[in-house]
Ligand binder design. Structure first.
Ligand code: NAD
Length: 409
């Protein structure tokens, strides 16, 4: 663990609010594979934006933390206790991709981090940047922020292989006690979804919409089939919104029954859509959607599908957020074949850094990052992934692309 500016101060979290000093200590996990390349590029861009926005009055004191293969080589652990303790103190961190260790033990370091800190909301904003090659006629119509539940649903890790003792015993219980018809030798999985887990995720999505002047929050579920899990997710969302946000939120039903279809100014509309229909809606009527709140599996599919609509995962940012701890991260993996080649697109981690600056309330710096990235893309000197699909695109390295972004500020 190394801190480059020791005069930094820790961020604190009190009564649901972060207090951000002018020189916050922020954790940085470069990650594996292409991680160090995109982290160096990102740091260059974020430091330049903060310097430019606040003329030296604010600065981030990065504390570099060990995780992944390098940490394993040094300490024998992929996710050292020291790193977890540091993040707990820093409250905000940014990370590059981490490879999933093979050979058992940890399922995925990313999942381990999410579970350890109960980072229950995976937040993925998806919008179009002009000039990014993409398959749509009007890619700019899509501008959504996806809140995906991170801890429950079929991702909870409750599954047993076909023929295992656990699957057989559970199968016997289901057949005998619940009179369920089940083929013998079936593999079994459990899909837990709780009122608490659902409400806290939907609450975060609504609060985000309020804080960021968004107009619609859509709960995406498959409640027509899975009534007691996905259907309940949606119902718990409506119950919570009525109890906690009645001044700020109206439901689609209330819009019709109480307001004759006239949307009261300033109110956020809460509605829901069945997941399969939502995939069509996002292609056919993307401008009607704004903030999406989804269970774990729906959110996983939807966020990649949305990213594809605006040009792919290469520049899709993300964050995993709990109550009091937030980790911002690139949404792609470690792309091992490009490791150390200074070649790949740092856009995903840079935009995750922009999300982090916004989250810290440093919106001026966040805006500088986004505008400069947009300008650099329009300049057509871009990394290989974009250059090869752009008319007149010229390939530059990861670090050169970052310096072009800085120059565009
Ligand atoms: P990947 O995202 O690492 O790479 C797939 C391909 O996408 C690459 O070969 C490359 O062509 C392209 N690509 C990825 N990032 C790019 C970038 N920034 N710029 C340009 N092109 C880019 O997916 P994978 O190969 O399935 O996974 C490799 C490793 O990453 C695995 O160990 C996996 O577990 C891990 N992983 C980690 C995360 C994470 O840390 N959040 C996410 C996904 C996968």
């Amino acid at each position: 663990m190394t801190t480059d500016k020791l005069q930094g101060e820790y961020i604190t979290f009190k009564d649901g609010e972060y207090q951000i000093p002018d020189n916050p200590i922020v954790g940085a996990l470069a990650g594996d594979g292409i991680g160090p390349d995109i982290w160096n590029a990102t740091r260059m861009v974020l430091d330049a934006a903060v310097e430019k926005a606040y003329a030296g009055k604010r600065t981030i004191c990065w504390q570099l933390l060990a995780a992944g293969e390098a940490a394993f080589a040094d300490t024998g652990s992929y996710l050292p206790e020291e790193t977890l303790a540091a993040i707990k103190k820093q409250l905000i961190a940014i990370k590059g991709p981490l490879s999933t260790p093979t050979g058992g033990g940890i399922r995925s370091l990313n999942v381990a981090l999410r579970h350890h800190f109960d980072l229950y909301a995976c937040i993925r904003p998806v919008r179009y940047y002009e000039g990014v090659p993409n398959p749509m006629k009007r890619p700019g119509d899509l501008d959504v922020v996806i809140f995906r539940e991170n801890t429950e649903d079929v991702y909870a890790g409750l599954e047993w292989s076909a023929g295992s003792v656990e699957a057989e015993e559970l199968g016997d219980y289901l057949r005998e006690k619940l009179k369920v018809k089940l083929r013998s030798g079936s593999a079994l999985g459990i899909k837990p979804m709780s009122p608490e887990g659902s409400k806290r995720l939907i609450r975060k999505a609504i609060q985000y919409a309020i804080d960021n002047n968004r107009r619609v929050v859509t709960m995406v579920h498959k409640g027509n089939i899975m009534k007691f899990t996905e259907g309940a997710f949606c119902q718990w969302g409506y119950d919570m919104a009525r109890a906690e946000f009645s001044d700020q939120v109206i439901t689609e039903e209330e819009l019709v029954t109480r307001h004759q279809g006239d949307w009261p100014p300033g109110k956020i509309l809460l509605n829901d859509r069945i997941a399969d229909a939502m995939f069509q809606q996002l292609l056919l009527r993307p401008s009607e959607y704004d903030v999406l709140a989804t269970p774990n599996l729906n959110g996983d599919y939807l966020s990649d599908a949305c990213a594809a609509q605006v040009g792919g995962l290469g520049i899709a940012p993300g964050a995993n957020v709990g109550d009091g701890i937030a980790i911002f991260e690139a949404t792609h993996g470690t792309a091992p074949k490009y490791a150390g080649l200074d070649k790949v697109n740092p856009g995903s981690l840079i935009l995750s850094g922009k999300m982090m600056l916004d989250f810290m309330g440093w919106k001026e710096a966040g805006e500088l990052v986004e505008k400069a990235l947009q300008k650099a893309i329009l300049g057509r000197q871009v990394t290989y992934d974009l250059a090869r699909q752009m008319d007149g695109g010229e390939e530059v390295s990861c670090s050169t692309f970052a310096s072009l972004i800085v120059k565009s500020m």
